[in-house]
Design a protein around this ligand. Structure first.
Ligand code: B12
Ligand code: SF4
Length: 430
C-alpha cells in the first residue's frame, strides 16, 4: 500500500516556523511503520533546494525561521482587516509536478491544523482530485476535530475527527503497531524534532478546546517517548519542541523520569516549550532539572494578571505562581530573556487596561512578554460567546490576527503590540 502524507500550505496574515511540524500526521504514519510505503510532501519544508534559494529563510539559533510566502487577496469576509494576506509554503506548481511525475498512490493523508487554515486543505484536495482521481483522501487533526461538519464539505473521502484512530485502521485495512514512534524518517531534511509525553490537560480553561477533545489527562508510555527521542537524536536533531498541553502536570511521574533518562544517556538536545508551561508546577527542583537536561526556552501560559479574569476563565495559574516560577528558573540558571509569558490579546472578557497591567507585571519580573492573539474556538464557552460578533460556523472568523482587530480595532491592537515591543526592548537596554 502506498500512502502520501501531505502537510498543506497555510493561508493566513502571518505564519512563522515556531518549531512547526506535522506531528499528528507523522505519529499516525509511525503506527503503520513497515506496513505501508510512505512519502511525505511538506509544503512547509524550509530546507528544500527551492526554499534554500529564497532570501531571509535562514533559521535562528533554536531552529526557527520564516516560511516562503506569496501575497494573495484576502478572503472576502476578511477584506476589512488591514493586513496582507498570504499563502505560506512551497509553490502550488511543485505539488502538481510531484503528483504528475509519480504513479498515483492508494491513499493521501492530509494534516489539518488551525481551523482557519482550511483553504490550504482545499487546495491540496483540488490538486489530488484532478491529477490522481482514484486516490482516497483522508483528513485528520485539529480542524477536522473542531469543525467536523465544515470539513465534511471539502470533498475528502474520509475524516478522522478526534483522537480515536480505530475507524482509520478499518478504512485503510491495516493493523497498527501502537508502540512505534512517529515516522521521522519520512522527513528528508530534519532540523527540529517534536515530542509529546502526555495527552490532555486536567484544567478547564474557558477559551481552550483541549479538555473536551482529549478527555482525561494521560501520560504516554515513557519507553515509546524515549525511543522517539533516540530516533531524533540519531537523525542529528539539535532542537526538540514539546507539543504537550500539560507537560508539567504530575511531573514526578512523567517529565522527571524522562529528563533523568536524558541526563543518564547524555543526550545533548536543546529543548523548548512553545505550547506554554503552567508556572504553578515549576518548583525549585524541577526548574533545576529542566535547565540541567537542556531546556533553552521557557514559554509560560500566563494570559492575564487580573485575579478576576484568572478565576473566571478556569484558575489555571495565578500571578504569584508566575513570579515564583520565574524566580526558580532564574536561580536554576535560565536566561531571563529566554523566559516568555504569553498573554491573551483580544479575549472578549479582557479589559485593555488589565492587559496593559499584565504586560507590565511580566516585564517587572524581568522576563519577555508575548501577546497571544485570541482565536475563538467553536465548542468552547468563550468561542460560543463570540457568536454575537462573528459567524463561528465560518472558520476564517477564528483567525487570530483578525479577531482581536475586529473586537478592539486596528489602532488599539497596534498600540498594544508596540507597547509589548517596547517593554521587551527595555529588558535588554536597562
Ligand atoms: C503544538 C501546537 C501549536 C504549535 C504549532 C503546531 C503546528 N504544527 O502548527 C504552536 C505553539 C506554534 C501553536 C500556535 C498556536 N496555536 Co496551537 N496548538 C498546538 C497543539 C498543542 C497541538 C497541535 C498538534 O500538533 N496536534 C497534532 C498531534 C500532536 O496531536 P495528537 O493528539 O497526536 O493527534 C491525534 C489526532 O488529532 C489525530 N491526528 C492528528 N493529526 C492527524 C492527521 C491525520 C491525517 C490523521 C488521520 C489523524 C491525525 O491523530 C492523533 C491520534 O491520537 C494544539 C492543542 C492540541 N492538543 O491539539 C494547539 C491548538 C491547535 N492551537 C491553538 C491555538 C489557539 C494556537 C494559537 C492561535 C495561539 C496563539 N494565540 O498564539 C497559535 C496559532 C499560530 C498561527 N500561526 O496561527 C488551538 C486551535 C485554534 C484554532 N482555531 O484552530 C489549539 C487546539 C489549542 C486550544 N487552545 O484549544 N500551536
Ligand atoms: S491549562 Fe492550557 S491546555 Fe489546559 S485547559 Fe487551560 S489553556 Fe487548555
Amino acid at each position: 500500500m502506498k500512502i502520501l502524507l501531505v502537510n498543506p500550505p497555510i493561508y493566513d496574515f502571518a505564519a512563522y516556523d515556531f518549531w512547526v511540524k506535522p506531528y499528528g500526521l507523522l505519529s499516525v504514519a509511525g503506527y503503520l511503520r513497515g506496513r505501508a510505503d510512505f512519502t511525505l510532501f511538506d509544503y512547509l519544508d524550509r530546507f528544500t533546494p527551492f526554499a534554500a534559494r529564497q532570501k531571509d529563510l535562514e533559521s535562528d539559533q533554536w531552529g526557527r525561521g520564516r516560511f516562503y510566502c506569496e501575497q494573495i487577496l484576502s478572503p472576502a469576509c476578511l477584506e476589512a482587516i488591514p493586513r496582507y494576506f498570504r499563502r505560506f509554503g512551497l509553490p502550488r506548481g511543485m505539488f502538481e509536478d510531484f503528483l504528475t511525475e509519480q504513479e498515483p498512490f492508494d491513499f493521501v493523508l492530509v494534516q489539518t491544523m488551525m481551523t482557519y487554515w482550511y483553504q490550504g486543505i482545499q487546495e491540496v484536495i483540488e490538486d489530488v482530485r484532478r491529477i490522481w482521481p482514484k486516490a482516497k483522501i483522508v483528513l485528520g487533526g485539529n480542524y477536522v476535530t473542531l469543525c467536523d461538519s465544515h470539513a465534511q464539505k471539502l470533498g475528502a473521502d474520509f475524516l478522522v475527527s478526534g483522537t480515536n484512530l480505530e475507524p482509520l485502521w478499518e478504512y485503510l485495512g491495516v493493523k497498527p503497531d501502537l508502540k512505534q514512534p512517529a515516522l521521522w524518517e519520512a522527513v528528508e531534511r530534519l532540523n527540529v524534532g517534536v515530542l509529546k509525553l502526555t495527552d490532555g490537560c486536567p484544567f478547564n480553561c474557558t477559551y481552550c478546546s483541549v479538555p473536551k477533545v482529549y478527555g482525561k489527562f494521560k501520560a504516554r508510555p515513557l519507553g515509546r517517548s524515549l525511543a522517539e527521542l533516540e530516533l531524533l537524536t540519531k537523525r542529528g536533531v539539535e532542537n526538540i519542541a514539546f507539543y504537550d498541553d500539560a507537560l508539567l502536570f504530575e511531573a514526578e511521574k512523567v517529565l522527571v523520569p524522562f529528563l533523568n533518562e536524558v541526563l543518564k544517556r547524555d543526550i545533548k538536545a536543546k529543548l523548548h516549550t512553545p505550547n506554554g508551561l503552567n508556572a504553578r508546577f515549576i518548583t525549585r527542583g524541577l526548574a533545576e532539572l529542566m535547565v540541567r537536561a537542556g531546556f533553552k526556552t521557557f514559554y509560560l501560559g500566563f494570559e492575564n494578571a487580573s485575579l478576576q479574569w484568572q478565576r473566571h476563565t478556569g484558575s489555571k495559574v495565578f500571578s504569584d505562581e508566575l513570579a515564583r516560577a520565574v524566580e526558580h528558573l532564574i536561580a536554576a540558571g535560565a536566561e531571563p530573556t529566554s523566559i516568555t509569558a504569553y498573554q491573551i490579546l483580544g479575549h472578549p472578557q479582557t479589559d485593555v487596561q488589565e492587559l496593559e497591567a499584565s504586560m507590565r507585571f511580566a516585564n517587572g519580573l524581568g522576563i519577555r512578554g508575548m501577546l497571544a492573539d485570541f482565536s475563538p474556538i467553536p465548542g468552547t464557552p468563550d468561542g460560543e460567546h463570540c457568536r454575537q460578533w462573528v459567524d463561528m460556523d465560518e472558520p476564517l472568523f477564528h483567525n487570530k490576527t483578525a479577531f482581536p482587530i475586529m473586537l478592539l480595532g486596528n489602532d488599539e491592537v497596534n498600540r498594544l503590540k508596540d507597547l509589548q515591543r517596547r517593554l521587551n526592548r527595555s529588558l535588554t537596554t536597562d
